[in-house]
Design a protein around this ligand. Structure first.
Ligand SMILES: Nc1ncnc2c1ncn2[C@@H]1O[C@H](COP(=O)(O)OP(=O)(O)OP(=O)(O)O)[C@@H](O)[C@H]1O
Length: 841
């Protein structure tokens, strides 16, 4: 029987032991918890703090753990942690746990604050969290939680003050019962859950203590409930980026005496905005842009003492702009573009000393610019383009911070003020399409301009030399009186000659255009006559002996020879006269790179030689169209196998395929300099040779077609989105870790026996979501049931590896050489020998 000491070791009792047990479950690469040692009292450990309720020796101690941003990962084991007496605060925020919420957390009964934000957690939100009856603050934001917000969380009741579920992948409808009960909330954040399909629950309006309400970007539909009018404590209300419709309820704002920020922009709201908002004396930001509001902006708004920002662009607002209470106004930004405001620009605008952006383009403003328009020392962006303004442009002298000045598309007359040249940071000037006269002031040469568009005015005289050389001619055109080198009139009286030349050039370019059109039409006709074949000359480049000519290759592009098709084009099987078979991928969007560039890339790709990489035999090039020639592998692809009516391959063969693919990918990543990235790994790009030896194909296509064409083709391939790493859509550069992610998806296919994208039947989710939804329930439901139980251990290891490869955080994914090692160590060497496969018809 175990000795007392070993029993104690198995089941730690002191807070110290319990915390050390918890630490043991963490991976702590930077040693942030190295001070956690049995020799020091735990209250002195780093990131642990203790407070005692009374000074008495036996006082209850409350413990706080703040492990934010320590680079921790690992499989959290919280069962011992939850037994630490007095554990009141736990923060694991900004780490990389990549797992579901451990259900044992529900046992941390004394927790007052739980922060798991940005911890790379995923999976459903467990209802069990509702057992944390003392919880005041629950922050689960910025993770990948999925599914509905469990109605059971209502049991947290009125004790809960902060609930942050923002920036997750939560979906479905919000249960009204949830909010009916959480009456103590001060802070509610459901924003950034773009898959939510819910109306705004009126019950939220009954949370009378709410101060911060963030509901933006979460797919909310319907109207703003009237009950929201009662939220008297509100300081911030953000409903932007949803699909809300209808009018804002009358009286909105009447009770918002503490409101500082209101944002309802980017919805489908309409009607007149209620006047009462103009009485919210603490309002600082009023953002209503991109809606369909009509009528005037609430009059009281303009004189609110604290208002800094008005963003009302892209609505249908009408009316005149009011005078400002000059020196008292604290307005910093006024954006009114793309509305129907009319009347003149208020004289007092220059007195608003804090104003740095004033844009009201695309309106019906008229009259002239006030002389003092640039008196605000902060003014930096002014855009009044496309109005009906007239008169002369005043001297701009005081606004030394002006960066952009857009006055295009008005009726301004007179000269361009030379004083613009004295504004030290002025960089963008657009004065096009006005009636300006006189010359372009030489003072403008002092500026470091990125844009000077003065086209379509009545300017004349010599263009200052520095400006001619730096500006595209289009920004000067439409001013027949301007002259200078490179312009139709070079200022030397040779205008006529040039005009003659210009005319000749126009005629010549017209004729060239006609000729090109004719040639183009001829080429198209020729293509049509020849069954869609591109015209020669062919350039056939072979890296291995293949007995084929360009003509024979093109003749082989027949519909009946198509054996596969993907986003990048169709694959044709062509049988050569000597009995050899080749597979030719005819790229549909070849990016039209020049032959030399394509050849160089092809050569580099053809040099990649490995038993798990498909052999590239050569390529054919014609007018930018590229076809790649591969060895034909008669077993087809892994996808063909997995999608067969019954996929009954044993685990041994599956793991051999996985190892082969991993080895091929590791070769691309680690044995080439510069590194070769696949960028399109999926089951259809894993071909099978003799005895199911896998061969990776379709890699490096981005290098052949160019990034633009690659992106376009990838974007069109909705079927295989699930192979793409989540960061792919926003990352600047591709990385090998994106390939690792795709490999992880492929490994999941082998473990589950299911194709990556599931047809509509199986609740039409992709494989990763399918797996993640079940992972909390039981791993045995994930592993392919057709495989004998004896293989379970290996499959389980492969499942875990696949989940690591598909981690949402790229730096949590293993490199491919580590994947190879991991897969190889999970199998018996004998497994690597091929065995028979049973593929039922
Ligand atoms: N070299 C080959 N030998 C035998 N069959 C092939 C070969 N190349 C492709 N195939 C067949 O064609 C199918 C589709 O291949 P293709 O490369 O067009 O698919 P994809 O990867 O979906 O497309 P894309 O690379 O454009 O995204 C494969 O699943 C396979 O059945």
């Amino acid at each position: 029987s175990p000795s007392p000491s070993s029993a104690a070791a198995a089941e730690p009792q002191t807070p110290q032991d319990l915390l050390l047990d918890f630490k043991a479950s963490l991976h702590d690469p930077t040693g942030a918890l190295s001070s956690w040692s049995p020799s020091t009292p735990y209250c002195n450990w780093a990131h642990v703090s203790c407070t005692s309720a009374t000074a008495a020796a036996n006082a209850t101690v409350t413990v706080s753990l703040s492990l934010d941003g320590l680079g921790l990962s690992g499989e959290l084991s919280v069962s011992s942690l939850c037994r630490v007496p007095g554990l009141a605060e736990l923060s694991l925020a900004s780490n990389g746990f990549n797992q579901t919420i451990p259900l044992e957390l529900a046992r941390c009964a004394s927790l007052v604050s739980l922060n798991l934000s940005a911890g790379a957690f995923w999976g459903p939100l467990p209802e069990q969290l509702a057992t944390l009856a003392s919880l005041v603050s629950l922050d689960l934001s910025r993770n990948s939680f999925e599914g509905q917000v469990p109605a059971g969380l209502a049991a947290l009741g009125s004790t809960l003050e902060v609930l942050d579920l923002g920036s997750n992948r939560l979906s479905g409808v919000l249960h009204p019962a949830l909010f009916g009960n959480l009456t103590g909330l001060h802070f509610l954040n459901l924003s950034g859950n773009q898959f939510m399909e819910s109306e705004l629950p009126p019950e939220i309006g009954r949370m009378s203590s709410l101060r911060w309400l963030f509901l933006q970007g979460s797919g909310f539909t319907g109207v703003i409930p009237e009950s929201f009018l009662e939220l008297e404590q509100l300081q911030v209300l953000d409903l932007s980026m949803n699909s809300l419709t209808g009018a804002v309820p009358p009286g909105f704002g009447l009770k918002f005496q503490k409101l500082m920020t209101l944002d309802v922009s980017q919805n489908g709201l309409s009607g007149v905005f209620p006047e009462e908002i103009g009485k919210c004396s603490m309002l600082q930001r009023f953002e209503v842009y991109d809606n369909a509001f009509t009528g005037e902006l609430p009059g009281g708004l303009w004189s609110l003492p604290d208002l800094r920002v008005i963003r009302a662009q892209s609505n249908q607002f009408t009316g005149r702009l009011p005078e400002f209470s000059g020196g008292q106004s604290r307005l910093e930004q006024i954006q009114l573009d793309n509305n129907s405001f009319s009347g003149v620009i208020p004289q007092s605008i220059g007195q608003v000393r804090t104003l740095y952006r004033f844009s009201a383009s695309l309106n019906e403003l008229n009259g002239s610019l006030p002389d003092n328009i640039c008196d605000s020392p902060a003014m930096s962006i002014m855009n009044l383009s496309r109005n009906s303004l007239c008169g002369t442009i005043p001297e701009f002298k005081s606004c030394k911070r002006l960066v952009s000045l857009y006055l295009a598309g008005n009726g301004f007359t007179g000269p361009i003020p030379a004083s613009l040249g004295d504004l030290p940071v002025l960089t963008y000037i657009d004065l096009s399409s006005n009636n300006l006269t006189g010359g372009i002031p030489t003072e403008l040469q002092n500026l470091k301009l990125a844009l000077l568009n003065v086209s379509y005015n009545h300017l004349s005289g010599r263009v200052p030399p520095a400006l001619v050389s730096e500006l595209p001619a289009v920004f000067l055109q439409g001013n027949p009186g301007l002259c200078g080198p490179g312009l139709p009139n070079d200022c030397d009286g040779t205008w006529r000659k040039h005009r003659g030349l210009a005319l000749a050039a126009t005629v010549a370019s017209f004729l060239t255009g006609v000729t090109l059109l004719a040639v183009g039409a001829f080429a198209v006709c020729k293509r049509l006559l020849h069954g869609g074949e591109p015209s020669s000359p062919w350039k056939l480049v072979l890296f291995h002996p293949v007995k084929i000519t360009g003509e024979e290759l093109i003749a082989g592009f027949r519909d009946k020879s198509v054996i596969g098709r993907g986003a990048f084009g169709k694959v044709y099987l062509i049988e050569l006269q000597d009995g050899q078979s080749i597979a030719v991928k005819r790229l549909v969007n070849s990016g039209r790179l020049p032959f030399r560039a394509v050849k160089n890339e092809m050569k580099a790709l053809a040099k990649v030689r490995h038993r798990n990489i498909a052999k590239m035999l050569g390529f054919c090039y014609s007018e930018g169209e590229v076809s790649i020639i591969y060895d034909y592998l008669q077993m087809g692809s892994l996808q063909d196998l997995i999608c067969a009516p019954k996929f009954t391959m044993g685990w041994k063969d599956r793991v051999r395929i996985a190892i082969g693919v991993a080895q091929g990918l590791a070769h691309l990543h680690h044995d080439h300099s510069p590194q070769v990235l696949h960028r399109n790994l999926k089951a259809s790009n894993v071909l099978l040779g003799d005895e199911f030896e896998p061969r990776i194909t379709g890699f490096g296509i981005d290098r052949v077609v160019g990034e633009m064409a690659y992106q376009t083709s990838m974007a069109s391939d909705l079927n295989y989105k699930c192979y793409m790493a989540p960061e792919q859509s926003c990352a600047k550069n591709p990385t090998h870790l994106m390939d690792v992610y795709s490999f992880g998806v492929l490994l999941l296919e082998l473990v589950t026996g299911k194709p990556a994208e599931q047809p509509a039947s199986d609740d039409s989710v992709d494989i990763l979501r399918w797996v993640r939804r079940r992972i909390n329930v039981a791993d045995s439901q994930i592993l392919d049931p057709s495989i004998s139980r004896t293989a379970q251990q290996g499959m389980q290891a492969a499942l875990e590896l696949a989940l690591r490869c598909t981690s949402v955080m790229p730096d949590q994914r293993p490199a491919m050489d580590a994947v190879v090692r991991s897969l190889c160590s999970s199998v018996h060497p004998q497994t690597l020998q091929p065995t028979e496969i049973a593929l039922e018809p």
